[in-house]
Design a protein around this ligand. Structure first.
Ligand SMILES: Nc1ncnc2c1ncn2[C@@H]1O[C@H](COP(=O)(O)OP(=O)(O)OP(=O)(O)O)[C@@H](O)[C@H]1O
Length: 374
């Protein structure tokens, strides 16, 4: 990468498994993970703007990643790259050829990100979990993409009609009549989405429970899909028609899968209210690792794990367990202020990137130490 965040220039070689990114606060460890994500997706996992990403004092920044894809014995290597020069659009390329997006490219590696902010998935409101669930659904079953879009389009159109009916002051009977075709479209799209969501959650739940056990989270961890409306299209149609008066009053559809939640529970109790900080952290890790297992089972590919500041609030025993779990979980990058916070960081198969803050918050080259270098 060149001229991104704190980096003037850096080149990093990842190990085949775990790579530890160590350095003091503010050195640029998260920036490095962000650059890896940016190179493979064209996006910042912090939702950063182009101006935030480009190094202060530079006009343009660039990052590229060498990506291996395919099955063992038939691997191919692609070069993904992202050029940023505000105010122009980001320039995305694969093997030098311009592309509109990287997300749909068949060689794109999946990435699973743990950021402290993402604890909101366990602690926060249902909206985040719902969005996460839909992303997981599409990752597990790419053909579910149109299904999700179809539902949101039907919902958007029904809501637009509700607003128009309200503005026109249309009476209830006539409103029901005008809404009927949209109700039918919404109910059938909703039923299909709900069924697909339920199947996705059923596919990840056992893996999440197993990962939680391995990480030493006491008590059975469970993820469960909680649809708040009926999963049957006819019943949902009936429910929509019964709620027309309320919808007209509010000006939007208040019943359907856009209100669902994904429950994360331990021993039947929501972790958001009954979990300690460390337990919530372990639960989020178990969720991401379990989802990675399900993705691996579905596609044969393991997501690259980007784990930022994951060790804080974990005791020594849980840290060791996490490192053991990561040893068999494909490529992972983990940030820590001291490499010694990762038990076994000095093992031969663990890569080490030491990020040193340079003058004026710039880093010339991040060094990577791998087995070959030692
Ligand atoms: N565009 C930019 N140009 C130069 N520096 C930047 C830019 N964007 C962010 N920074 C600097 O990057 C630093 C933060 O980097 P980063 O978040 O990667 O640190 P970190 O090593 O993960 O730290 P911590 O251990 O505290 O989490 C801050 O000092 C910030 O000022």
């Amino acid at each position: 990468m060149r001229d991104l965040r704190t980096y003037v220039e850096a080149e990093v070689e990842l190990g085949p498994g775990l790579t530890v990114v160590a350095g003091p606060n503010g050195a640029g460890k998260t920036n490095l993970l962000e650059a890896a994500y940016l190179a493979c997706t064209g996006r910042s996992f912090r939702g950063a703007s182009d101006r935030e990403l480009v190094r202060r004092g530079a006009d343009a920044g660039h990052v590229s990643a060498e990506v291996e894809s395919g099955a063992a014995g038939a691997l191919s290597v692609s070069a993904f790259s992202v050029g940023i020069q505000p105010p122009d659009r980001r320039r995305l390329r694969v093997d030098g050829n311009p592309v509109d997006g990287l997300l749909d490219h068949p060689a794109r590696p999946r990435m699973s990100v743990f950021l402290p902010d993402r604890l909101a998935l366990v602690k926060g409101g249902p909206g985040l979990r719902r969005a996460h669930l839909d992303q997981l659904l599409v990752a597990l079953r790419p053909s579910a993409g149109p299904l999700r879009r179809g539902f949101h389009e039907a919902l958007r159109q029904r809501n637009a009609l509700l607003t128009s009916l309200r503005t026109r002051g249309v009476d209830l009977d006539r409103a029901r009549g005008e809404l009927a075709p949209w109700d039918r479209a919404l109910a059938s799209a909703a039923a299909a989405l709900t069924e697909a969501r339920a199947a996705a959650v059923a596919a990840v739940d056992p893996a999440v429970a197993e990962r939680a056990r391995q990480l030493g989270l006491d008590g059975e961890l469970e993820v469960a899909y909680r649809p708040r409306s009926s999963t049957d299209a006819d019943e949902l149609l009936q429910a929509l028609s019964e709620r027309v008066a309320g919808d007209l009053e509010r000006g939007f559809t208040h019943h359907g899968p856009h209100r669902d939640d994904l429950a994360v529970r331990r021993e039947g109790r929501p972790l958001s209210r009954f979990g300690s900080q460390g337990e919530q952290r372990l639960a989020l890790l178990a969720l991401l690792l379990g989802e990675a297992d399900a993705l691996h089972a579905a596609s044969g590919q393991r997501p690259v794990l980007l784990l930022d500041d994951v060790m804080s609030e974990l005791d020594v025993e849980r840290r060791s367990r996490l490192v053991e779990v990561l040893a068999g979980a494909g490529q992972a990058l983990i940030t820590v202020t001291e490499a010694s916070h990762v038990p076994g960081a000095d093992a031969d198969d663990v890569g080490l990137v030491e990020v040193e803050p340079g003058a004026a918050a710039t880093v010339r080259v991040a060094t990577v130490s791998t087995e070959a270098d030692r």
